[in-house]
Design a protein around this ligand. Structure first.
Ligand code: F6P
Length: 325
């Protein structure tokens, strides 16, 4: 394989706290190993439009603590077409980018896999998503910060819920994955979590109300994974109809979950994965996501990383159930 002299780097999809720490790590590790770094702005959209600039170590000074992504991000429709990808590849050649590091979630790493296959360019992925739904890695960049943000919000909502003796349905992000809902429910001492991975087929509202939680407690908090059909509003409406004796409220946390300064955990994770990405390139790896398993850096083939079946551990469901009596 030809020697990699210039590394392109971009962030794509939903932003996640810690992306800047990852950009910093990749840039500095690449420069330390004698490579040049080209920053691509606005994800694949910027690659298609040639929105590319050379980065030095100064460009990534003072960003480790900042939320969002200094490279900006996008969900590019054009990149999903062969013509769009052709333009992206042309720009990679024009800017002499020999390999690309993509920081993003499922859709972004799927894009990297297709680009790598179509044009035979080495691509390395970093798991950057608050959802923690990428396979082959215990953690994704942004997940820990978002969990803490949700926990802080739920703690605050608990104060008013208790004062008014109300049931709150709090909707959190996660797209099709319940990691944020399940673990924030444990961290905030919530009474229940309703997650998309639940495969019992049981009516989760019946299950929750059936345990008679309201009889013994002054407030109840149920964390609900976002869902177009059965999000927090759906369950609140049902309680209003089916159990009119309860006073119920909804809180949808929304995009505040994606912002804020990354936690120490996310900064360290992003730094380790970023250095791991450059090491992977030096090792001749391509088309892998850098992950972390049992505290060790691992290389995960894209095809495995983007499989949408990462399980929420049954043990976490049991822990919440046991502790919310
Ligand atoms: O994938 C990250 C995520 O925050 C999901 O949890 C959520 O469903 C989605 O992005 C929201 O995306 P948008 O940026 O389009 O609002």
């Amino acid at each position: 394989m030809a020697k990699i002299k210039t590394l392109g780097i971009l962030t794509s999809g939903g932003d996640a706290p810690g992306m800047n720490a990852a950009i910093r790590a990749v840039t500095r590790a690449a420069i330390a190993n004698g490579m040049q770094v080209k920053a691509v702005y606005r994800g694949y959209e910027g690659l298609i439009q040639g929105d590319i600039k050379e980065f030095t170590t100064e460009n990534v000074s003072n960003i480790i603590q900042r939320g969002g992504t200094i490279l900006r991000t996008a969900r590019s429709k054009e990149f999903q077409t062969p013509e769009g990808r052709q333009k992206a590849y042309e720009n990679m050649k024009k800017h002499e980018i020999d390999a690309l590091v993509v920081i993003g979630g499922n859709g972004s790493l799927t894009g990297a896999r297709i680009l790598a296959e179509e044009f035979d360019v080495p691509c390395i992925g970093l798991p950057g998503t608050i959802d923690n739904d990428l396979n082959g890695t215990d953690l994704t960049i942004g997940y820990d910060t978002t969990l803490n943000t949700i926990m802080d919000c739920v703690d605050k909502i608990r104060d008013t819920a208790t004062s008014h003796q109300r049931i709150f349905f709090i909707e959190v992000m996660g797209r099709d994955a319940g990691f944020l809902a399940q673990n924030s429910a444990i961290a905030a001492g919530a009474e229940a979590a309703i997650i998309p991975e639940d495969s019992t087929g049981a009516d989760q509202l019946e299950h929750f109300v059936g345990r008679g939680i309201r009889k013994s407690k002054s407030s109840s908090i149920v964390i609900v994974s976002e869902s177009p059909k059965c999000g927090a509003m759906y369950y609140a409406e049902r309680v209003k109809k089916e159990y009119p004796e309860y006073d119920v409220r909804v809180s949808i946390l929304g995009h505040l979950q994606r912002g804020g300064s990354p936690s120490a955990g996310d900064r360290i994770l992003a730094s380790r994965l970023g250095v791991g990405a450059v090491q992977a390139i030096l090792d001749g790896q391509r088309n892998v996501m850098i992950g972390i398993r049992n505290d060790e850096i691992v290389y995960v083939p894209f095809s495995m990383a983007v499989k949408s079946d990462k399980p929420v551990k049954k043990e976490l469901v049991d822990v919440l159930d046991t502790l919310s009596i």
